[in-house]
Design a protein around this ligand. Structure first.
Ligand SMILES: [Zn+2]
Length: 216
């Protein structure tokens, strides 16, 4: 059977599923998904899980870095029939559940609302992932730091499409705050990074973000 999404294991147990936006899958003593891509790409994420014999019902937690449609759109389909907990920053939860209308770019949302089970705060650790509050792209954006892989899962706190850069300000609710969040990330020590958009980095990622932060 032809695979629709190329397998990519960035580090042992760290899978990067590239669709329009990136989904990260951690397979070690944990089974964790970070972001769910767009509604139309949920099938690709599930195909990937199937190829490496992971069932959505076996996921422990699905983290959502922020409420944009290309990160939250596939959530309802992937979560369907799965007891996985959904975790997101408490500011973002009502937008993901669609209890509130999102007031930032790219406008009101259309994904099927899914309740958030675990309301995250800055510095909290869930399943070994540390929550780094990185607002500015959306109001409740987070990045996740996995010390066991020296890995930052940036979400849309920055992108790596032609070098590491801030997100396009057309999509940022608060461009100044977005840059302050990048400066926060620059203070962390990590080697590897996955971005919502653009290529992941294996080795030297923290230094590259620190370099970007110096020029903001
Ligand atoms: Zn986004």
């Amino acid at each position: 059977m032809a695979s629709r999404v190329a397998l990519m294991e960035l580090l042992k147990g760290v899978h990067v599923i590239e669709t329009y936006a990136t989904t990260t899958l951690l397979v070690d003593d944990r089974l964790i998904l970070v972001d769910t891509s767009a509604d139309a790409d949920a099938g690709k994420v599930m195909d990937y899980l199937n190829q490496i014999r992971v069932k959505p019902k076996d996921l422990s937690t699905i983290f959502i870095t922020h409420t944009h449609p290309d990160h939250v759109g596939g959530l309802a389909a992937i979560k369907h029939g799965s007891p996985a907990k959904v975790a997101a920053h408490r500011i973002e939860a009502d937008f993901i559940a669609r209890k509130r209308v999102y007031d930032g770019p790219s406008g009101p949302q259309s994904h099927p609302g899914t309740p958030v089970d675990v309301l995250l705060d800055d510095g909290q650790k869930v399943d070994g992932l540390e929550v780094i509050f990185t607002p500015g792209h959306t109001r409740g954006s987070i990045s996740l730091f996995d010390v066991s892989h020296s890995l930052l899962i940036a979400g849309d706190a920055a992108r790596n499409e032609s070098g590491i850069q801030p997100m396009d300000d057309r999509y940022n609710v608060d461009p100044k705050q977005h840059r302050e969040s990048i400066k926060r990330l620059a203070k962390l020590h990590f080697e590897n990074a996955v971005f919502g958009h653009g290529a992941p980095i294996k080795g030297g990622a923290g230094a590259k973000i620190a370099d970007l932060a110096k020029h903001l």
